[in-house]
Every structure is written in structure tokens, then in C-alpha cells.
Design a protein. Structure first.
Length: 420
């Protein structure tokens, strides 16, 4: 594909972005594909798309899994961003519940400042707003406008040392800094951590949710890999980055059932007498049991990914040969990795339904499958549905019971291709 956009490979890495180790090990190559959130409008379909290598490498020193090539982040994020937290009912509930829990556990007061970077449309901060002062930081202009509808103040900027100094000067230090599903997106992670250190109060906490590489490896959810996700963290890699490189302290780890499985980490400045929860040592032990501190574990991953690709493509082709109609359910960014790597186009999927209004009427990057309203399932139901939002499988299967009772079957692509 030839590029018609001002997007470029910013760098092909020569050393680990966390610890600086120079002998990185190739792990998985998914080929060349467009950015996962670069949805197309109808007028774009005849134009060439920008496409870039998507490959993983792993550091044998700190075990950080990372992209081998980084796309210019200004182009990925400083524009209209199609992903909106508020469009996902499970995510909204998750963050509303967490916001209330956080306010109680931290005993937040009206004078406390809570800052979230990568705050998107402000769902989490809106839940915290009754208890404390809040400020979102996000570079995408359209999501800031959505946050304003929830009365969540948002700074349109990337978070880092410079913006942290500006915030502290204007608003004071932050008792809590949050980053959910964004800590893995940032190329210059050291600048961000310096910003966290500068903005956080001495007794404050940085709390972040990141997709766990153990889930990626164990469940085979290779579709979690895309250009916006630069890092794929284990607790081992996070502890090395935060403590050995930056002098912070990882004080608590939780495994939560979001996006397959994610880590929720609690980090402090490590002031004298800081208590470290037993969950940190327990989780590191769990990762060692899974072999996440061994390079061989990562190298076997690509074999499982290739097997999944072949099985899914064969299943879809066999169904189409049998005259069955197939649609997709959900148009998340990760779904576009799966569609492009497996080679699933409109010849196999007639359409994809999604609840996000900005995606409806658009086409998926690379494969150019139309995205439509969920109403299409009522007016033009298929025989089979490929569940691209497989991480919400239980909730979706329960929600679509009536459709399933009519005989429509769901194809779940990972960790093993199965039809339910």
C-alpha cells in the first residue's frame, strides 16, 4: 500500500525502550497493515492507505515485549479518535464502580486533585468528580469535547514532564494520577514517568490499568497487538521500569477481567516506610510459574498465532462455501489486527455492527468492511457472527439470547476458534 497520509514510522528500535538493552529478540511478525483506528470514509475507499510493519520484539534483560517499529504518535492520537469509552456499557460500569471504590479507599476530599491522562471522554473522572477536583489530559480534540458534555475539564495535550509542570503550577500537586489503557501507548515512557513523579504528592498514588502480557501469551489474543500499543507489560517488566529505572515503588498489583485480563498497578514515590502489598510478590511468583521470565515462552507464541489464523480462515471460508452469511460483532481496534492478519474482507464478512456512532457508516482499515448500527442484526440478520469483541463474550452472548434462539451462531476467534 502507498501512503496518502502524513503518518510515518518514527523509529525502528535498536535497544529496549525501558532498560536500554541492545540485544532484542524477534518474537512475532504480523506483517504490514494500517493503524487499527484509521477507519475509512466512503470517499477514502479508492485511495491508498498508509500501512506499516507490525512486529514484536522482547527484551531478554527486563522482559518487556514491545513493537519493533513506532508510528508517529502525533498522527495516531492528535486527531479525531474513534475509540470512546462511553460507547461500551461494560467499560462504563467498570470505571464507574472503580471511581466510587477509589474515592472510598483513598478517602478523597474536595480539595484533592485527581488527574487522568488518556482520559478519553471522561467516564472515570465523571465518577470521581463528586468526591474531588478532576482534570483529564488527552491529545485528541474530539474526545475532549465529549468529556465536556460530562462537565469534565480536559487539557488537550500529551502528558509528560512539561504538561505535568504546567498542571502543578496551575492546579497544585495531584493526590492520584490515573492512566487506563494508555500507559502502553506512549513511546517516550520515561518522559511520562518523570511527569508522574513531578505531579504526584508525596503520599499520592499512580494507578494504571494495562493489558497483561500473560493474557496475551496464554489466551493467544494476538489481536491486542496494534500500532498504538507499543508495550505489552508483565509485572516483571513494570517493576524493572518503575523501580530500577525511575526509583518509584510498585506497592500493589491486581489482575482484573478487562480486555481479556489486565493488570491494575498501584505506584508510589516510595517514601520511607512505604508498605508493599503481598500481591506484588505473589504476582511475580505467578509470572515465573507461567515462564514469563524466560525467552522461550515468548518464542512459542508465534506458533499458536499462526495456528489460530489458519483455523479461523478455514472456518469462515467453509461457511461461505456452504452458502452461510457472516457478519462481525464489534469494531474495536484489535479487531482490525485480526481481520488484516487473517485476511478477512467483505467477501467473508458482509458487515460489522458497532454501537459507537462515529464508527457507523465508516469502513474498517485495510479490509474495508462496512460498519453499521446494531439495528442491522434485526433487519438483516446473518447465519453466523464473528465476535470481534471477544473479550466481552459472556455479556454479549447473554445480551443476544433472542438472536441465538433464532438460530444465529457466534464464532469466537481466540484463544481457540469455536462456534457457540
Amino acid at each position: 500500500m502507498k501512503s496518502n497520509q502524513k503518518i510515518a514510522i518514527k523509529s525502528t528500535i535498536k535497544k529496549c525502550r525501558s532498560c536500554g538493552h541492545t540485544k532484542l529478540v524477534p518474537m512475532l511478525d504480523l506483517g504490514v497493515m494500517p493503524p487499527a483506528n484509521a477507519f475509512l470514509q466512503k470517499a477514502d475507499l479508492k485511495k491508498p492507505e498508509a500501512a506499516f510493519p507490525l512486529r514484536l520484539v522482547v527484551c531478554p534483560k527486563c522482559f518487556l515485549v514491545q513493537l519493533g517499529d513506532v508510528v508517529d504518535t502525533d498522527a495516531l492520537f492528535s486527531r479525531d479518535y474513534y475509540y470512546l469509552t462511553g460507547a461500551s456499557a461494560p467499560l462504563v460500569k467498570h470505571f464507574q464502580d472503580f471511581g466510587a471504590r477509589l474515592a472510598e479507599e483513598m478517602e478523597l476530599k474536595k480539595t484533592d486533585l485527581v488527574v487522568e491522562f488518556g482520559s478519553n471522554d471522561g467516564v472515570l473522572l465523571a465518577a470521581i468528580m463528586p468526591y474531588a477536583r478532576v482534570l483529564g489530559v488527552d491529545p485528541a480534540t474530539n474526545v475532549g469535547k465529549e468529556a465536556a458534555k460530562r462537565q469534565v475539564p480536559t487539557l488537550t495535550d500529551f502528558f509528560g514532564e512539561k504538561s505535568a509542570k504546567t498542571i502543578r503550577q496551575k492546579e497544585g500537586a495531584a493526590r492520584v494520577i490515573l492512566a487506563n489503557n494508555v500507559f502502553a501507548h506512549i513511546s517516550d515512557i520515561h518522559n511520562v514517568i518523570k511527569g508522574i513523579s513531578h505531579l504526584l504528592t508525596d503520599d499520592g498514588q499512580f494507578i494504571s490499568e494495562v493489558h497483561w502480557v500473560g493474557n496475551l501469551m496464554g489466551a493467544g489474543g494476538f489481536d491486542q497487538i496494534y500500532h498504538e500499543h507499543i508495550y505489552y507489560y508483565s509485572a516483571h517488566a513494570l517493576k524493572h521500569l518503575l523501580e530500577k529505572v525511575h526509583g518509584l515503588t510498585l506497592v500493589k498489583v491486581e489482575l482484573i477481567p478487562m480486555h481479556g485480563e489486565s493488570l491494575r498497578i498501584y505506584v508510589t514515590k516510595g517514601e520511607k516506610g512505604t508498605a508493599v502489598d503481598a500481591s506484588v510478590a505473589d504476582f511475580l511468583k505467578k509470572e515465573k510459574t507461567l515462564g514469563l521470565d524466560k525467552i522461550d515462552t515468548y518464542l512459542t507464541f508465534s506458533k499458536r498465532v499462526h495456528t489460530t489464523k489458519e483455523k479461523l480462515l478455514a472456518t469462515l471460508k467453509d461457511l461461505r462455501k456452504a452458502g452461510k452469511r457472516i457478519a462481525g460483532y464489534g469494531a474495536p481496534a484489535k479487531g482490525n489486527t485480526l481481520l488484516n492478519y487473517v485476511g478477512v474482507g467483505p467477501d467473508l464478512l458482509e458487515y460489522i455492527i458497532d454501537t459507537t456512532p462515529t464508527k457507523q457508516g465508516a469502513y474498517t482499515p485495510g479490509m474495508c468492511i462496512p460498519v453499521v448500527s446494531p439495528e442491522m442484526l434485526k433487519t438483516n440478520p446473518p447465519d453466523y457472527i464473528l465476535l470481534l469483541s471477544w473479550n466481552y463474550a459472556d455479556a454479549i452472548l447473554a445480551k443476544e439470547k433472542a438472536l441465538r434462539d433464532q438460530g444465529v451462531k457466534f464464532i469466537i476467534p481466540v484463544p481457540d476458534v469455536r462456534i457457540v
